[in-house]
Design a protein around this ligand. Structure first.
Ligand SMILES: Cc1cc2nc3c(=O)[nH]c(=O)nc-3n(C[C@H](O)[C@H](O)[C@H](O)COP(=O)(O)OP(=O)(O)OC[C@H]3O[C@@H](n4cnc5c(N)ncnc54)[C@H](O)[C@@H]3O)c2cc1C
Length: 324
């Protein structure tokens, strides 16, 4: 069960896991640096942090947050998160690397929310199941991808979701939501409201030849390497595509490629990626985002909205939604 004795997290630097790679522990950590739990490797401390190892632990963590009257947030692999430098005054509950069972039933799969997308794609491919080409190379959990309705310009996760099993964060009851109730829209779903923990997802995949699937996966990974700056930490696309326009094209047209604020840079490879050159702070990224928003507004009269989810305090200069 969850160890509610608080422990300040200070492992030796050498034993720290790579960012985005979960430490599986049931302890409730205090002042846990969110650099360790985001692919951006940016972010101040969460007052309390845990990675529940079981369903009981998850419930206990939520009860504890209620008991202390603390704000809390659920995260997956932190691959779409920008955490402020001040961190988060509440409890962060990471559901990644746990709740990760995968059960196939014909061309359907029931998958735990904490499952890594790549693992799901691999196991499905071995059984001759695919249908999620857009998901190849997305470094998140299945629950994160469903919550965000992750995808490409034309295909998205919601198209394959049949139902989702959730835990209500307030009542701690479990129930199923059918696809029709999830209101999938561009990079949005009803799940993205902080009310539920996504525990399990039922997906429908498509039957294909495994050899062809693996060849396609390799091709898609190579393509990502060509068009995305994968050598630097990031959270993927920073801004949402406005309507039928591409945020990356608008940013490039506004001349922002290569712009820098401290250690944050608008990638010369893909203008909608702001990369961490090594020691970037959230402040650097926020300032760059605000400059890019202004430049695109001046050039095209389009107000870009953040696609990354912002956790913690967001500076006033930055306009838009996306706060957790
Ligand atoms: C290099 C790179 C490439 C990317 N490419 C793409 C792409 O092609 N398409 C795309 O759409 N995205 C892309 N992304 C963004 C990101 O990977 C996806 O949005 C991903 O689906 C987020 O999953 P996650 O588990 O990391 O979620 P997180 O970033 O941890 O969280 C995202 C949201 O989901 C919620 N959430 C997560 N888990 C749960 C849960 N169990 N229950 C309830 N809520 C939950 C969080 O509260 C938050 O609102 C990319 C990111 C990177 C770094």
């Amino acid at each position: 069960m969850l160890d509610l004795k608080q422990r300040t997290s200070q492992p030796p630097a050498s034993s720290q896991p790579p960012a985005g790679c979960p430490l599986v522990t049931s302890a409730l950590l205090t002042s846990e640096p969110m650099t360790r739990h985001t692919t951006y490797r940016i972010g101040g401390p969460a007052d309390l942090f845990c990675q529940p190892g079981s369903f009981g632990d998850l419930r206990q963590a939520l009860r504890e947050a209620h008991r202390r009257d603390l704000p809390f947030t659920i995260i997956g692999n932190g691959s779409n998160l920008l955490v402020s430098d001040e961190g988060f005054r509440g409890m962060v509950i990471q559901v990644a690397g746990v709740f990760n069972g995968i059960h196939f039933q014909g061309d359907h799969v029931i998958v735990g929310g904490g499952t890594d997308l790549g693992t799901l794609l691999n196991q499905a491919a071995r059984r001759g199941l695919f249908g999620l080409p857009f998901a190849v190379g997305i470094p998140g959990t299945v629950a994160g991808a469903v919550t965000m309705n992750a995808g490409s310009a034309t295909r998205y996760m919601g198209q394959h979701v049949e139902s989702v099993r959730v835990l209500d964060c307030q009542t701690l009851e479990i129930f199923d939501l059918a696809r029709g109730e999830l209101d999938f829209q561009y990079r949005r779903s009803i799940l993205d409201c902080g009310r539920w923990v996504v525990l399990q997802i039922r997906l429908q995949l498509e039957e294909e030849d495994p050899v062809a699937i693996f060849a396609r996966i390799r091709e898609l990974l190579l393509r990502r390497k060509e068009v995305q700056p994968l050598a630097f930490p990031s959270a993927g696309s920073v801004f949402r595509n406005p309507g039928s326009l591409y945020a990356g094209k608008l940013i490039e047209d506004a001349g922002c490629k290569g712009w820098r604020e401290g250690q944050a840079m608008v990638s010369p490879v893909h203008a909608n990626f702001i990369v961490n050159l090594g020691q970037a702070t959230a402040g650097h990224v926020f300032r760059l985002m605000a400059r890019v928003q202004e430049a695109v507004w001046q050039r095209s009269q389009v107000r870009l909205q953040p696609e990354v989810r912002i956790l913690g305090r967001c500076p006033e200069g930055l306009q838009g939604e996306g706060m957790l």
